[in-house]
Design a protein around this ligand. Structure first.
Ligand code: NAD
Length: 384
């Protein structure tokens, strides 16, 4: 059985699906690992590193795609410069695993089903205790939260820490984090390490203790409705609750030097937390980093992938931050992928066991069918 690591042809993707250390572990288990020549280069892993780990380097991309039994990617398959679709290069019955974005781009699932590909999408791994080691959304969101704090610190025309110097005392920066999930908690931890004063807000009161344990103040808003599902995910809140939260958070946004927004409700457009009016009330020189830029943005002024300047405030709509830390992002992603593969391969044999809740949730296409109801629903909705 050939496990293949493809080159990421998307220009802004620097991560690679497996790193040499992980390849060595798979090879030790008796698996054959093929790596497309140069696949790890943008993450600083050379062909020689992979060869030393026991991988076979394949210079011909078409051959790697055509002969792979399991093809591993980071970002979704693309259209090549010559107009060919990468999914058309796979052999029927092959397994494709990666961030396939099946809810944002459900047509990809249609193409994969037509090609008889068994596709597992890393976004669909449930955030359960058993699936923790495979939870690539979390491993990568944590990197994004860390980087968001660094980007904010670099863009702020002030120091983050308090400093007492011979030339006077510098007050610490005030950072307000909105959304204290995986990315938000890492942003809090990083902003604290850089010496700023941190406040955080989330509609789920359950995160209060985690926020406080990181040394930040939790901004509480009493809402008269359930804000989390039984599984612990955030729910979309009513208009009345949105208004109530806005009344409370407006003062904190106004007072902040930096706002980092990370709020999301799974499967929904990002909630709008910072209106244009709120941005207008912020201090000149203040910085907003909006991690939800690609999901519609938590701030009304956000443009994905761009820096916007509005009344002296910089709004940064960073996308794909994990790719900017490709060494560790690839290391963690490789671990997530191999944990998932251990569920798929038992005694050297492939077994797609849909009785396993993780495989059932992650597998979006199999035997010519689109298996996931959310993907089917997304396909049924005509795009705007
Ligand atoms: P998460 O689900 O772990 O956390 C989101 C948090 O938002 C939850 O704690 C939830 O309770 C909270 N929330 C929901 N609605 C809210 C509201 N109205 N007000 C306040 N809080 C609210 O998600 P995550 O994995 O931390 O990801 C956060 C965001 O970062 C997502 O939009 C994700 O797509 C994005 N992300 C961006 C990048 C990037 O490079 N830009 C990378 C990874 C993740």
């Amino acid at each position: 059985m050939k496990i293949a690591v493809a080159n990421e042809i998307e220009i802004c993707e620097r991560r690679v699906a497996l790193i040499p250390d992980t390849v060595a572990r798979l090879v030790k288990k008796g698996w054959e690992v093929w790596v497309e020549s140069g696949a790890g280069e943008r993450a600083f892993f050379t062909n020689a590193d992979y060869e030393a780990a026991g991988a076979v380097i394949i210079p011909e991309s078409d051959r790697l795609w055509a002969e792979a039994d399991i093809l591993l990617k980071v970002s979704p398959p693309q259209e090549r410069e010559d107009g060919r679709l990468e999914i058309d290069l796979l052999k029927p019955g092959a397994i494709l695993i990666g961030f396939l974005n099946p809810l944002g781009n459900p047509e990809i699932a249609q193409g994969l089903a037509q090609r008889q590909i068994t596709a597992l999408s890393m976004e669909m791994i449930p955030r359960t205790t058993r699936a923790q080691s495979m939870d690539a959304l979390s491993s990568q969101a944590s990197i994004a939260g860390y980087k968001a704090a660094l980007i904010a610190a670099a863009a702020l025309p002030k120091y983050f820490p308090m400093l007492t110097t011979a030339a006077g005392t510098i007050a610490p920066a005030k950072v307000f984090i909105m959304g204290a999930g995986v990315a938000g908690l890492q942003a809090i931890a990083t902003a604290r390490r850089l010496g700023s004063i941190v406040e955080a807000f989330d509609i789920r009161p359950a995160v209060k203790e985690e926020v406080q344990s990181l040394g930040a103040k939790f901004v509480e808003v009493q809402l008269e409705e359930e804000t989390a599902t039984a599984g612990g995910y955030a729910k979309e809140i009513s208009e009345a609750s949105k208004q109530r939260t806005q009344e409370v958070v407006t003062a904190h946004v106004k007072n902040a030097d930096v706002v980092i927004t990370t709020a999301q409700v799974p499967g929904k457009k990002a909630p709008l937390l910072v209106t244009e009016e709120m941005v207008s009330q912020m201090k000149p020189g203040a910085v907003i980093v909006d991690l939800a830029a690609e999901q519609g943005g938590n701030c009304a002024c956000t443009a994905p992938g761009k820096d916007i300047f509005h009344n002296g405030v910089t709004i940064i709509g960073s996308i794909n931050l994990p790719s900017s830390i490709p060494v560790h992002a690839s290391q963690l992603y490789a671990k997530n992928l191999t944990s998932l593969m251990h569920l798929l391969i038992k005694d050297g044999q492939l077994q797609i066991d849909f009785a396993d809740d993780i495989i059932d949730a992650a597998c979006i296409t199999h035997a010519g069918e689109i298996r996931n109801s959310r993907v089917q629903e997304a396909l049924a909705v005509p795009s705007a």
